[in-house]
Each structure stands twice: as C-alpha cells, then as structure tokens.
Design a protein around this ligand. Structure first.
Ligand SMILES: NC(=O)c1ccc[n+]([C@@H]2O[C@H](COP(=O)([O-])OP(=O)(O)OC[C@H]3O[C@@H](n4cnc5c(N)ncnc54)[C@H](OP(=O)(O)O)[C@@H]3O)[C@@H](O)[C@H]2O)c1
Length: 332
C-alpha cells in the first residue's frame, strides 16, 4: 500500500480506502462484511469510510464490530453527517443540534472515542455556514473529531467555508469527498484547481463507477446475479451508467487494461490516483477477492499515451459539467 497526505494536513491515509455504502448492513451479510474488512486490513488499507445514514445507521455498527480489536492508532476512521437518520425535523442537515447528536451516535456505533475525519455529507442550505463550522470546530476541541471535511460541495461552497474558517480562526476543511472516475470528471474544472491552491485533498467515491468500470455489465444483456445492478437499493444508484453506449465503450477499455497487465478494476482505481489532488480512492466491495484485486492499483503509474487511449475510447460519455455537483436546495 502507498500513503498520501490528506490534503495539506499532517494526516496520512492509505491511497486506497475501503467504504461500506450499500454493502454493510444491506447488500451483504455481516460475515461477508467482516471478511472484506479483514481483506482490506491484510492488504494494508488503514482508511475506512462510512456515514451515519448508510443502511439506516446499521453500516457504522457493522464497521465498528468488524474493526473491534484492531489497534485504533493504526486506523483512520471517517464518517459523515447530513442525510436523515430519523423521522424528526432535526434528524438531518448540519445544524448544531443534529451535528452534535449525530457525532455522539456515530461514535457509539463505531465503538470509538473519536473519528479521524468528520465530513459534511452535503451542503445544508438551511443552516448558516458559520453555525456548522463553529460546531465542527467545537467537536475538534472536544477531541471527538480530528479533522473536518465535506462531500459533494461546490468550489464556491468550499471557498466560502475556508474564508469563514480563516476569519474566525476555525479549523479548516482538509478534504472533499466527490464522485470521481473515468466516467465522472465534474470536479476537474473548478473544485480541483481551488483545492490544490487551498490544500484540500479529494477522497473520491465510486472510482469503479459502482462496478461498471470492471466491464462485468455487458451491453444488451441482463446484469450478473448478485451484482449491485440487481440489488434492491443499489440498482437505482447505478442506473445512470447502465445504458448500452456507456457499457459498450467500457468493453473497449479491456485491451488497454490487458496491455498493462491490469484488471479493469485496477485500471479504474489507478486512473483516479493519477490526479495528484486525490488523497485516496474509496473502493467498495461485496467480496474479499474484490478488495484484493482493487488494492493492486496502488502505486501504478499510467503514461500519458494510456490516458489518451482511455479518453479516445470513452469520448462523449464522460461527464465533465461542474454544475453536476449539487446539494439539495432544502433539507431532505
Ligand atoms: N460521499 C458520498 O456521497 C458517497 C456516495 C457514494 C459512495 N461513497 C463512498 O465511496 C465508497 C465506494 O463507493 P462504491 O461502493 O460505489 O465504489 P466502487 O468501488 O466504484 O464500487 C464498488 C462495487 O463495485 C463492485 N466491485 C468492486 N470491485 C470489484 C471487482 N474487483 N470486480 C468486480 N466487481 C467489483 C462491487 O459491487 P457488486 O459486487 O455488487 O457488483 C462493489 O460493491 C462507499 O462505500 C462510500 O464510502 C460516498
């Protein structure tokens, strides 16, 4: 495993991290979840990403049990707050009340005294930014949170947060967690340039486009049984990529991966890691073999000629519009 700094912070994270959205507490049984976490640890992954909302809060519990007994200092545990975790008006968003209550619940479920990174899962248009940033800063002072970050915020929202933090002396955001893959490059135009200047690192999600970039979904055919595209909660999320134009072009990446002696998943993960603003690629897995496959992307260098071949194959199916980074206009 290779390690990178989380943005300009002193924290080092594994270049490939393991996330449990849609899998732990949902698509896979607890035994399979534990085997995946053990495979991640065996392969040198030290960074684990979850969220209060995953599997209706069950994912944090599963991860807490799976990591029990592992030396805490050897792990970086990341979680998030924003999406609804209960029925009430204040069970969502980034108000002082919900953030304070949610971190306490996350720490209990994860069986830890602190998380290494606490992330605002989306921008909350109904809470003053100062209120959220002050609350995050308080959690850092209380030792419950070591670093603060955001997820799917626009360049403008990140810039506003950094300005307030600098003016008020609050802890600065060190990371952003956006979707990023060969197929989804919307951060490149605005977020990456700002983040490079400001020392914000990207911890990118769905680097394999939820499995699509493995090439296992064939155009014109039913998805393989047991894959995310056949899962009750996962199929809606992967739907944007499940069209024949995208799937056919992905098949054309196979010779590129083969020429490099890489699997398709390794090529996809290696691709996001070529961007120096990326601190870590968060991979998901339903089986330990997937983790063992994906981690081999760490340290792989892709030459410019390979990147060009990939761009030529994918052509117009690549999404680049920065306006695709959006948070709900009102709280969900
Ligand atoms: N901040 C956010 O808003 C946000 C949103 C989404 C995700 N995330 C984070 O990012 C993490 C990763 O997201 P993701 O799970 O969508 O990432 P991903 O790595 O793009 O997709 C993971 C899925 O692809 C399939 N897969 C992975 N490796 C494979 C391999 N070697 N061979 C065949 N299939 C393989 C597996 O699904 P099947 O076996 O079911 O096909 C696996 O569950 C999440 O767990 C979460 O921590 C954050």
């Amino acid at each position: 495993m290779e390690f990178r700094h989380l943005g300009r912070s002193g924290l080092k994270v594994s270049e490939i991290s393991y996330g449990n959205w849609l899998t732990h507490g949902s698509q896979v049984e607890e035994d399979a979840a534990k085997l995946c976490v053990q495979a991640a640890l065996d392969e040198g992954i030290t960074t684990f990403d979850t969220a209060d909302v995953y599997a209706g809060t069950k994912a944090e519990e599963v991860l807490g049990r799976a990591l029990k007994g592992v030396r805490r200092e050897s792990l970086e545990i990341f979680t998030k707050v924003y999406w609804p975790t209960g029925p009430g008006q204040n069970d969502r968003g980034l108000s002082r009340k919900h953030v304070t209550e949610s971190i306490n619940n996350s720490l209990r479920r994860l069986q830890t005294d602190y998380v290494d990174l606490y992330q605002a899962h989306r921008f909350d248009n109904e809470t003053p930014l100062e209120e959220t940033l002050k609350t995050f800063d308080d959690l850092v002072r209380q030792g419950k949170v070591l670093y603060v970050g955001v997820s799917e915020w626009t360049a403008d929202q990140i810039a506003r947060a950094l300005k307030i933090a600098d003016e008020m002396g609050f802890d600065r955001i060190v990371s952003n967690q956006p979707q990023y893959s060969m197929l989804w490059r919307v951060i490149e135009a605005e977020i990456v340039p700002l983040s490079e200047r400001e020392g914000v690192g990207q911890i990118v999600w769905s680097p394999i486009a939820q499995g699509v970039l493995t090439g296992k979904y064939l155009p014109g055919q039913q998805p393989p049984q047991g894959s995310r595209a056949t899962d009750a909660s996962g199929s809606a999320m992967i739907a944007r990529y499940m069209n024949d134009d995208v799937l056919a072009r992905v098949q054309e990446l196979k010779p590129i991966a083969a020429d490099l002696g890489l699997t398709m998943a390794q090529l996809a993960v290696a691709w996001v890691l070529q961007n120096p603003n990326v601190s870590s690629a968060i991979v998901g897995a339903t089986r330990p073999e997937q983790v063992r496959d994906n981690v081999k992307a760490a340290g792989v260098k892709l030459e410019d000629e390979v990147l060009k071949r990939i761009d030529d194959v994918l052509g117009t199916v690549v999404e680049r519009d920065p306006a695709k980074t959006v948070s709900p206009s009102t709280r969900p």
